[in-house]
Design a protein around this ligand. Structure first.
Ligand code: 13P
Length: 249
């Protein structure tokens, strides 16, 4: 079955509104559509301006995190209805930087996934092992645990629309990309886990992205793999030229 590839930029904590506007202007001027889905996951302050800047283009917008409650005394947090109001299409959930610096766990990831689906926001659930885990031969166990616990009690109809991003932590921002074979092996493994949980049809619909030092020079090799259905791009998504080259891999 052919799955539509999804190339998403994760800007992390980069760019002011003015810089985001400049990116959008340059990117939209050069981008004349794609057979792939294209998403920019930006800091909260830039979502509304980007939504306007990308209207009339096929570029979608995503947030990088959200709370699982609709409202409440959670100082500094942003809720799913607040994102819906901005027209946000996607939300990155459980990025390794959030797990590492902001105490996210498989349990909070699971709650956030449920909240995202309940509000019609498409979650991009991030999983991936750290270097010591890979070196100790534990990468597959770690990723399996993250997928199984993250998806606990997620309904089949939601699992079908899910996007999982495999981001080996040792490849993020390091310039050390996983080899296409390593990335393909883990993405195929993730599809097998989902097949065991939800059956083959759901697993065939699932889109699995690779993330970790994706750049124009390695995008084609990675994205040509059978089980890699897209990329979650950090650093290289900050440049309209590089991001366009990746989208056009
Ligand atoms: P880099 O592409 O900068 O390695 O970042 C990957 C990432 O964390 C995307 O979410």
């Amino acid at each position: 079955m052919s799955r539509i590839k999804i190339i998403a930029g994760n800007w992390k904590m980069y760019k002011t509104i003015a810089e985001a506007a400049a990116f959008a202007y340059e990117f939209v001027a050069a981008f004349d559509g794609s057979e792939h889905e294209v998403v920019i996951c930006a800091p909260f302050t830039q979502l509304a301006p980007l939504k306007r800047a990308f209207s009339g283009s096929a570029v979608k917008i995503g947030a990088q995190n959200m709370h699982f409650e609709n409202e409440g005394a959670y100082t500094g947090e942003i809720s799913p209805p607040m994102l819906v109001e901005l027209g946000v299409d996607y939300c990155v959930i459980g990025h390794s930087e959030r797990r590492q610096y902001f105490a996210e766990t498989d349990d909070t990831v699971n709650r956030k996934l449920k909240a995202a689906f309940a509000h019609g926001i498409m979650p991009i659930m991030c999983v991936g092992e750290v270097l010591e885990q890979r070196d100790a031969g534990k990468a597959f166990d770690v990723v399996e645990r993250q997928v199984v616990d993250g998806l606990e009690d997620i309904k089949q109809k939601d699992a079908e629309r899910l996007i999982i991003a495999y981001e080996p932590v040792w490849a993020i921002g390091t310039g050390r990309t996983a080899t296409p074979e390593q990335a393909e092996e883990m993405c195929a493994f993730i599809r097998r886990i989902v097949s065991e949980l939800y059956g083959k049809d759901t697993a065939e619909k699932l889109r699995v992205q690779y993330g970790g030092s994706v750049k124009p020079s390695n995008a084609t090799e990675l994205l040509s793999k059978e089980n890699i259905d897209g990329a979650l791009v950090g650093g290289a998504s900050l440049s309209p030229t590089d991001f366009k080259a990746i989208v056009e891999f």
